[in-house]
Each structure stands twice: as C-alpha cells, then as structure tokens.
Design a protein around this ligand. Structure first.
Ligand code: ZN
Ligand code: ZN
Length: 162
C-alpha cells in the first residue's frame, strides 16, 4: 500500500492519516505463519517544522505454536513505529530515515519490516512452560512425567544384589 505525502512535504503543520488492514499471513517464522488475522495499522505522517515524522500503532492477534510444548495459543501483538521520512538524504547510509520515492512510500513494506524485526525469537505459551518430556512425551504443564515409574530391569537386578 503506497502512501502519498507529497501534499505535506512543504507544509509545516500538515498531516496525512491512515487506517489500514494489512495481510501478513505469508510471513513465515521457522515454518509457522502466525499472522493469520488482519494486521491493523493506524497512524499518521506529520510535517513537524519541516521534518516528516511517521507514527503508527500496529495491532493483531497472532496464532502461535509453543516452541516447548507445541500447544497452539493466541497472543496479542502490539508495536509502535516511529520513523522519519525525507524527500532527499544528505547521508545515504542513514538507515533511520526513509527516503521517499516521488513524495510517496510503501506503508505496507515499512510495517512488514518492523513486524518481522519485532517478532519474538522464542515463542512460549507461558514464561515457565515446562514443555514435553523427551522420554514419555508427557506435557509437563498438565500431567506428570511417566518415565520414572517404569523401572529399568537392570536397576531392579542391581537392587537385589545390594
Ligand atoms: Zn508451552
Ligand atoms: Zn517422561
């Protein structure tokens, strides 16, 4: 989605507002695409004393799979974006300022980039998720491990000797 801010580039005090729903359902994190629902992007670009400042609130509910116990769960996602925009850059290597292309920029690309950078590298259903037992496969959040109860015959034999 291309947002045109040409009209306010030379108008201090001017602003362009936006309220969009973006589709990031193809954004893949290790085989999981958590953004199954529309991503709401609400914000504005304002000309503040000649500088163009973009602010946006990004919200959605992600559909996640826990890295430890494989449980599926929903997680609210919120992100506040703030970027400066400019029609020309004095320093081409400045990544903090987004260069406008003929007075416009790709809003969805900017938000997509920020969305990917702000995804958690670890997805846990809860901070202290105990995960699955590698031995018996029990979900240790809801059931006890069954491993210890299965006595190893070698230990039983050893106990008899003692
Ligand atoms: Zn979990
Ligand atoms: Zn176990």
């Amino acid at each position: 989605m291309r947002l045109d801010v040409k009209g306010i580039v030379n108008t201090p005090g001017g602003g362009v507002e936006f309220n969009e729903e973006l589709d990031f359902s193809d954004v893949d994190f290790g085989g999981v695409c958590p953004a199954v629902r529309p991503v709401s992007v609400v914000g504005a670009v304002r000309n503040i004393a000649g500088m163009l400042r973009l602010t946006a609130d990004v919200d959605t509910t992600l559909s996640c799979v826990c890295d430890r116990c494989a449980a599926a769960f929903d997680k609210p996602f919120h992100l506040s974006i703030e970027r400066l925009l400019a029609s020309e850059l004095e320093d081409e290597t400045n990544d903090d300022i987004l260069l406008l292309d003929d007075g416009a920029f790709e809003l969805s690309e900017l938000v997509r980039e920020a969305f990917i950078l702000n995804m958690d590298t670890k997805t846990l259903c809860r901070e202290d998720c105990k995960g699955l037992c590698s031995g018996c496969g029990a979900n240790l959040n809801v059931e006890a491990c069954r491993c210890q109860k299965e006595t190893d015959p070698r230990w039983a034999a050893l106990r008899e000797l003692l």
